[in-house]
Structure formats: structure tokens, C-alpha cells
Design a protein around this ligand. Sequence first.
Ligand code: RET
Length: 267
Amino acid sequence: MSDQLQLSAAQFDLVYNAFSFVIASMGASLLFFLLIRERVHPKHRMAVTISTLVVGIALYHYLRIFTSWEEAFTFTDGVYVQDGVPFNEAYRYVDWFLTVPLLLAELVVVLKLAPSVTRTLLVRLTIAAVLMIGLGWPGELAAADSVERTVWGAASTVPFLYILWVLFVQLKRSLDRQSAGMRRLVDALRWVLLLSWGVYPLAYIAPMVMADPVAAEVARQVGYSVADVIAKPVFGMLILGIALLKSKDEPARESDDLHEELEAFGE
Ligand code: RET
């Protein structure tokens, strides 16, 4: 995007530390989801498995983003000049291509709706997610004040709004059959999703609405980073909460394990 940006040490470090914070959050939640999975009834483990994959994929991408950020700048005369290898923005979009459909699948799978409803939701949400990211990408490459950035951004907003509509309007209907505790958790989940997903388009338009291109770049990187922590580990924790709540309604785990062991011996 903008070449030869000059960042103060504080601005450079803010982004650097934001990436570091994301790496720590993804790594810690990866471990946590792995350690806790035994506590979730096997019937509801799939959602937790998907959360584990999501934070694992993000951990990898943030390690690469972090290195790319370091390599893009040199420290000269007290400022960080962006004269190194171009910062690779694509890691973020590649990450979303994998993680956004997975996050949506996580949400749909944990609800345990009728198989036909689950299938339809998964297909529609995945297509919309791929369109949203694919249409946003050319705009991200375009200059801050270009018509392209506005047009691609607007095009990407269409599938984005469709996803929100499915989650808020359509899913609400299928929630009526769930328990009160579940409904509260799912409601919290949808708000966390709305609040974190809403940050992405804001980070995207930062270079278009902020006069200072350096401040805009810092806002964009920090915005995407914070949103990623809420959309992946925090969202994953709520999904885990739902899976644990549902596990309580299943037969005791010990007998289940015993049953599985007996089955393994052909009993
Ligand atoms: C773009 C382009 C501008 C318009 C819109 C966008 C939306 C992006 C979103 C991304 C969500 C990513 C998540 C990642 C977590 O793993 C592509 C920035 C609407 C909503 C949830």
C-alpha cells in the first residue's frame, strides 16, 4: 500500500506489541482448548475441535505477520522507515479464508440444529464468507483514496450484511426451542460476533477517513488484531461454554468412557 511510511518508535511498537499480544492469546487459547477438550462430552466436541484449529491457524499467521512487520522497516535517525521488504497484508486474508468459514461452522455445529438446517446454513454462510473476503481483498490493495477501495469495500459489505442477517434474524427463530441458559449464551455469542466483526470494516476504512496515513496504518493493524482476538479466542471460549453446558445434559462421562472401552474390546 503506502510506501515509505515513517513511524515513530511508539507507533511502530504499538503495532509490534499488538501482534505479540495476538500471538500470546492464540498460543494460550490453543493450549487451553487442547487441555480442556476431555471435559466436553464427545457429542459436543466438534465445536471445540474447530476452535482449536482456528486459533492454531491464526497463531501461525500472526507469527508470519509479526516477522513481516519487522522486515518491512529499518530504524534510521530515530524513526522506523518502511523501506524494507513489502509488508505482507495477504497473510490476514489467507487466514480469514480459512478461519471465517470455520468460525461460522463452529457456531452452527454447537447449536445442534436439525441436520438439514445445519447443512443449509453451513453452505450459505460459507459462500457468503468467501465472497466477503474475496471482494475485500482487491480493495485492501488499492490506494486509500481510490474509487476501487470504496467499490470493493461496498461489494464486500453485501455478503457481510447477509451473514449478519442469517445469524441475527434466521438463527433467532431456531433458538426458541433451546433452554433459557443456552439462549443467554447464544445471545452473548451473537453480540460478541457483531461487535468484533464490526471492527473489520472500520479498520478497512481507517485509511480512507483518517487524514494522517501513519496513524491510519497503526489504527488498521491494531484494529484487525484486537478484532481477531475477540473473534477467535473469546468467541471460542463462549462456544466452549455452550458445549460444556450441553455436556451436562448428557449421561455421565465415566460410564461413557467405560462403554467406549468395552466396545473397543468387542463387548
Ligand atoms: C472487509 C472489507 C471491507 C468490507 C468488509 C470486510 C469485512 C471483514 C470481516 C472479516 C472478519 C474476519 C474474521 C476473522 C476471524 O477469524 C473484508 C474488511 C465488511 C467481517 C471474523
